[in-house]
Design a protein around this ligand. Structure first.
Ligand code: BTN
Length: 325
């Protein structure tokens, strides 16, 4: 562990309280000059660290730089998870894919403070500005049949809702398949990409990519009427590390969850589509109907206008009457 990391860990443990350079030096067995150098480095990285004579250094409550140390101290499960945080990446899914191909273990998490080519579903991009969002990819080696892959995404959307409820006390809805909505605006998108082992038909690995608009405010024109953020200037009080830790905890049992499928009931209760008139979007063959159920594979059961039922396993829908479409 580098001196910088050790100092950061101590500051994180003592957030919002002052700790003297001498005390830091003694507990970490390093010189005061080394402490000073580490503090300088951390400040340059954006950490809000104040210094008061006779009291020492203090990492402010609001300092919101995402770091493995800052996340780990809030984790309740899997405290040993490998968490990699980057300032900028083209896409965390892309990086996670490379790491998975090199043998990274299940549970490895890749996070970026900014993405320059954030990827969305159906070939779209995902707006990923610096400092205001959470862009996270989890490598999973689930040892389940490829057909279960959809359930990974389905469960992840429930996990995001649970994390938001637990940290902020806010209730979210899920727009099939996996957009998380708050006050009818999309605050989170999920992109799952997997590699199948053709011999066994099992998923070799899956990259579960989650993008959350945390405090993002100025969205590009094409999404500004649909996108929203969890926190706005009035209710901005939670730092990203805390929320990320809760999200990682909620995802900890994902393999068991998709095996037993019990969460589907919760997914249905959180669904923004069930019972509503919907449109199945596609370049050709647009269909209209009513969303009547979610099956055990996460498929959306639709009662079509012509009286037949259709089960949708992929694609996109629009919900009639909602501002969000
Ligand atoms: C969507 O809404 O279409 C899915 C968006 C998924 C975005 C996340 S951000 C982290 C991960 N890395 C990416 O490039 N995409 C996913």
């Amino acid at each position: 562990m580098t001196t910088r990391t050790k100092v950061l860990q101590e500051l994180e443990k003592n957030r919002n309280t002052h700790i003297s350079g001498e005390k830091l030096g003694t507990s970490l067995d390093i010189s005061r000059a080394a402490v000073h150098k580490a503090i300088k480095e951390l400040r340059e990285e954006g950490y809000d660290i104040s210094a008061v004579s006779n009291k020492g250094y203090c990492l402010s409550e609001e300092s919101d730089v995402v770091s493995p140390q800052g996340i780990s101290m809030h984790l309740k499960k899997n405290k040993g998870s490998k968490i990699l945080v980057f300032k900028t990446l083209n896409s965390t899914n892309k990086k996670a894919k490379e790491l998975a191909a090199e043998g990274a273990e299940s549970g490895t998490i890749v996070i970026a403070n900014e993405q320059t080519e954030g990827r969305g579903r159906l070939g779209r991009s995902f707006y990923s500005p610096a400092d205001t969002g959470i862009y996270l990819s989890l490598i999973i080696r689930p040892n389940v049949k490829a057909q279960k892959g959809v359930l990974i995404t389905t469960f992840a959307s429930v996990a995001v809702c649970r994390a938001i409820e637990s940290v902020f006390g806010l209730q979210c809805e899920i727009k099939w398949v996996n957009d998380v909505l708050l006050n009818k605006r999309k605050i989170c998108g999920i992109l799952t990409e997997g590699i199948t082992d053709f011999e066994t038909g099992n998923l070799e690995h899956v990259i579960l990519g989650i993008g959350v608009n945390f405090t993002t405010e100025n969205f590009p024109d094409d999404i500004k009427n649909k996108a929203g953020s969890i926190q706005n200037t009035e209710n901005k009080h939670i730092i990203r590390n805390k929320f990320i830790a809760e999200l990682i905890d909620q995802l900890a049992d994902i393999t068991q969850e998709i095996q037993n499928g019990i969460f589907i009931e919760e997914y249905k209760n959180r669904s923004a589509a069930l019972g509503k008139e919907i449109e199945v979007l596609g370049h050709e063959n647009i269909r209209y109907g009513k969303a009547i159920d979610i099956d055990e594979s996460g498929g959306l059961v639709i009662s079509l206008e012509n009286g037949e039922n259709e089960i949708l396993n992929s694609g996109e829908i629009s919900i009639k009457g909602d501002f969000y479409d």
